[in-house]
Structures are given as C-alpha cells and as structure tokens.
Ligand binder design. Structure first.
Ligand SMILES: Nc1ncnc2c1ncn2[C@@H]1O[C@H](COP(=O)(O)OP(=O)(O)OP(=O)(O)O)[C@@H](O)[C@H]1O
Ligand SMILES: [Mg+2]
Length: 376
C-alpha cells in the first residue's frame, strides 16, 4: 500500500497540446480521490501518467517514496479498471480473474485462493464457472474489478468504470465500489465526469478544467465553499442559480434586475469592498414561507415538474443570466435558462404563478462578477 504524489506535473502531447498544467495532487494511503471535470479536461491523461502508460513531460510522480517517472507500468504495482473492461470471452470468470496471476507463474493453489478471496469480496463466488457472455452488465463489472483486486496492488486506478451500466445499476455499483475500496484500504484514483458519482464516492474530489486543478477538497467543502462559479455550477444538480447583482451601499441592498433586496448585516459586511457581484443561490435553498430574516426574489413560474416529494420549478426574472466562469455558451444544463427552485411538497405552485422565492442570506454564495472567484 502506498500514497500517490504528483508535483508540478505537466503533460504536453507530441504536437504541442498542453493537456496538464502544473498539477499538484497528493492521495494519501487508503484514500479514494475522485478526478472530475468536463470532457477533455485531462482526467484520463492524469490517470495514464500515474499508470505509466503516458510519459510525464515535466514534474515528479511518486508512488510511496519511489519516484516512478521512469518506471514501466508493470514496475509500478498498480491495477487499473477501465470503462471498456474487455473480458476474455473464451475464459471463465475464474480464469479471467486469475489471468494476471497465471502470467506471474504463481502456484495454482495460491491463484485459486486469491481468486476465491476476490470473488468473496465482490459477491460473485456463484458465477466463477460462467463465461462473460452469460453475465449481466453489473456482473461483468464486478469481474473487471476482480481482475484488479486479485493482484493486490498498492494503488488502484479507475477510469469511468461504471459508465457502461444503466442508471440504476450505476448507483448500486457506486455504493459497492465505495465499500470495496474502504475494505481494501488501497489508495485509489477514480475518474468520472459525473459530479454525483464524484460527490458520493470521493473522500476528496479534485475538479479539473482545461488541464488545471481548480479545487481539491472534501465533497462537503466543495458544495459549501466552491472557489469560483465554475466549480459552483459544476457541483450540484440542478445547477446553482447565478444572478447578476449590484451592491447599493447607501440603502444596504443588492439590486437584482429591477428588484432591490435588503442585505443582512453579515452579508453587507461581506460585500464591503464589492460593487458588481454574482449572486449564487442553489435550487434547494429556495422556499415559499416568509420566515424571519429571509430575503425574497419575485419571480414568474415558467414550468413546474411535479415529483411528488417536491416540485422542480423553472422560473424567470428580469436579472441577467450569468454562466459558470469559463463555461461555454451552450454549457447551461437547464433549457429554461438555468433558473430553478426545488420546492418541498406537492402542488404548491403552478405555471404562470407570480411568487416570492425566499432564501436565507446564510445560504447565499457570492462571487466577483468580473473574475467569477468566490468572495471571502
Ligand atoms: N494522444 C494524444 N495526443 C494529443 N492530444 C491528446 C492525446 N490524448 C488526449 N489528448 C488531448 O488532451 C486533452 C485531455 O484529454 P483526456 O483524455 O485526458 O480528457 P478527459 O478529461 O479524460 O475527457 P473525457 O471525459 O472525454 O474522457 C484533450 O483535449 C485531448 O484531445
Ligand atoms: Mg477520459
């Protein structure tokens, strides 16, 4: 078992594309680190460098105390699980799992024991004699995991291992991966572009964009203290509402479109040096009751999606829409313009209602309008 350390790591592909820029990342022994970010941000590149399948252009890569920059993949004592975990079709499950061990010429009894142990952990002892084509998607995924586990590596690398599964199975396997990783206690880098998977799996989550590490912290901290509007809108679904706002110091209020909202003392203090800001409110932080110390935005309901336990309310108001910093024009994941409120209960609102959506200042996120960076 070992930790993984990346120090000032850069990757420039032949042809000149700078895929990873000055990446610093440390994964503790036993930790599950998730790399998340949009397509093309450099997740797979990072993983392949750690695996030794891709050369590090500059910087230092350590596994435990060893600098591994120059080592071949097989000298690094790692196991990988990919998205396309091609199993050998003519081999049984047991043979698939034990394949790497047979290549190492280990005694038959040792191989049998380790295949048995791995399949126990994965709950697949009853399918060891089957062929891959006789298995469900989830079972195949477990066999692929088995091939990695059986090698007893000092680190695990997983690249979107669940993306071939249907939504329901993904959720189930996600929980299993988490439990298995905890049980094995092996440092793991898990790559996904799914923020939900990142949040539920990771001890810590590293958010990448364009080859740069934006933030690396616990899921809790990522949700409550995003460094900028990109991370703020990337984490959480539906995405955080971002509204253009101007601080009016004389009336101690925030001007959002044609509306003026009185600031709390605390928020006025936070906004002391600012004029143009982006106001961020998560959909789940809106409510309808006018409780003491809440603020409100008047909005028009465009569409209501009735979920039974809550209403997903798409609303409109006359404030300019703001996108996550560095996001492309079409990146908004809400066809109604990125303004949503999740209102607990059923039947509270209907289309074309004019409502006041209340929120607490303590739940609000504030960003510099020009840079998108979170205000302290
Ligand atoms: N062999 C290569 N040569 C040149 N450029 C490459 C090569 N492999 C990847 N890239 C580029 O490097 C960037 C990062 O690619 P990478 O595969 O690491 O992204 P990713 O974050 O894993 O994306 P996805 O979520 O789509 O899998 C991309 O812009 C990609 O086009
Ligand atoms: Mg990838």
């Amino acid at each position: 078992m070992a930790s993984i350390t990346l120090e000032q790591v850069n990757k420039v592909y032949p042809g000149g594309y700078h895929a990873i820029k000055d990446l610093n990342l440390e994964i503790a022994d036993g930790e599950l680190m998730v790399l998340v970010g949009p397509s093309g941000c450099g997740k797979t590149t990072t993983l392949r460098m750690v695996a030794g399948l891709e050369e590090v252009t500059s910087g230092t890569l350590r596994i435990g105390d060893r600098v591994v920059n120059g080592l071949e993949p097989k000298e690094r004592d790692i196991a990988m699980v990919f998205q396309n975990y091609a199993l050998y079709p003519h081999m049984s499950v047991a043979e698939n799992i034990g394949f790497a061990l047979r290549l190492q010429n280990l005694p038959k009894s040792t191989i049998a024991q380790r295949v048995h142990d791995a399949s126990e952990i994965l709950g697949i002892t009853d399918i060891l004699n089957k062929k891959p084509r006789q298995l469900s998607g989830g079972q195949r995924q477990r066999v692929a995991m088995g091939r990695a586990i059986v090698r007893e590596p000092s680190i695990f690398l997983m690249d979107e291992p669940l993306s071939n599964l249907d939504a329901k199975l993904r959720v189930k396997m996600r929980a299993e991966v988490k439990l298995i990783q905890e049980r094995l206690g092996v440092a793991t880098i898990y790559v996904t572009h799914d923020q939900m998977e990142a949040m539920t799996l990771g001890d810590r989550v590293a958010v990448l964009r364009n080859g740069e590490l934006l933030q690396c912290t616990t899921p809790h901290d990522l949700y409550f203290n995003p460094v900028d509007t990109f991370v703020a809108t990337f984490i959480g679904s539906p995405a955080m509402n971002l509204l253009e706002a101007v601080v009016d110091r004389t009336s101690a209020s925030l001007v959002v479109g044609s509306q003026k909202i009185a600031l709390s003392d605390e928020t006025a203090k936070r906004l002391a040096g600012a004029t143009h800001v982006t106001l961020g409110i998560r959909p789940e932080h809106f409510f309808l009751e006018d409780v003491p110390n809440s603020a409100g935005l008047v909005a028009e309901v465009k569409l209501v999606e009735e979920l039974g336990y809550e209403q997903m309310v798409h609303f409109d108001l006359d404030a300019k829409i703001v996108r996550g910093h560095g996001e492309s024009e079409d990146a908004t994941n809400d066809i109604y313009g990125g303004r949503t409120a999740r209102i607990a209960g059923s039947g509270e609102l209907k289309q074309r209602d004019r409502v006041t959506l209340h929120f607490k200042w303590s739940d609000v996120y504030l960003f510099d309008a020009a840079t998108g960076i979170a205000l302290p």
